[in-house]
Design a protein around this ligand. Structure first.
Ligand code: TYD
Length: 133
């Protein structure tokens, strides 16, 4: 079993360059309500360190590269993100940490709902307890 569910999107384009569409029709597994970007991450910084109770997300590294740790409370996986046409699914109850951001790294995250702090689990022990329920 792998925790890393990746979604490949077709790269459209012509002589002018490339174009990649991400919507439900092209394979995003939820209705997108929010899009946010993570960029300008300082050297040595790691982000994330949380899981969501209900939120579905798809993270795409549209420029540069970084690594993401995925953890379901039992298995821990470490994936490289470096493709603007590949999204990594972050379903509810998947702990994630991002690190090793390259200078030019831009991550775009598609989310199934608006920002809601009460949907976050930011404490790893609490996350483990939720998982075992
Ligand atoms: P956070 O989700 O903790 O970032 P990361 O997991 O990448 O470390 O968000 C950082 C801050 O930004 C936090 O104060 C909440 C705020 N925020 C919003 O206001 N709206 C959003 O959609 C997101 C994702 C974060």
């Amino acid at each position: 079993m792998t925790l890393c569910k990746s979604y490949k999107f077709p790269v459209l384009g012509d002589e002018r360059g490339s174009l990649i569409v991400m919507d439900k029709l092209s394979g995003v597994p939820f209705e997108i309500k929010r899009v946010y970007q993570i960029l300008g991450t300082k050297d040595g910084v790691a982000r994330g360190f949380h899981a969501h109770k209900k939120l579905h997300q798809l993270a795409i590294c549209v420029s540069g590269n970084c690594r993401m740790v995925l953890d379901d409370g039992e298995i821990r996986e470490d994936v490289e993100m470096n493709s603007p046409s590949t999204g990594i699914g972050i379903p509810p109850m998947l702990w994630h940490e991002m690190y090793d951001f390259s200078d030019n790294c831009v991550m775009v995250v598609l989310a199934s709902d608006y920002y809601d702090e009460s949907d976050y689990i930011r404490d790893y022990q609490e996350f483990r307890e939720y998982c075992s329920k």
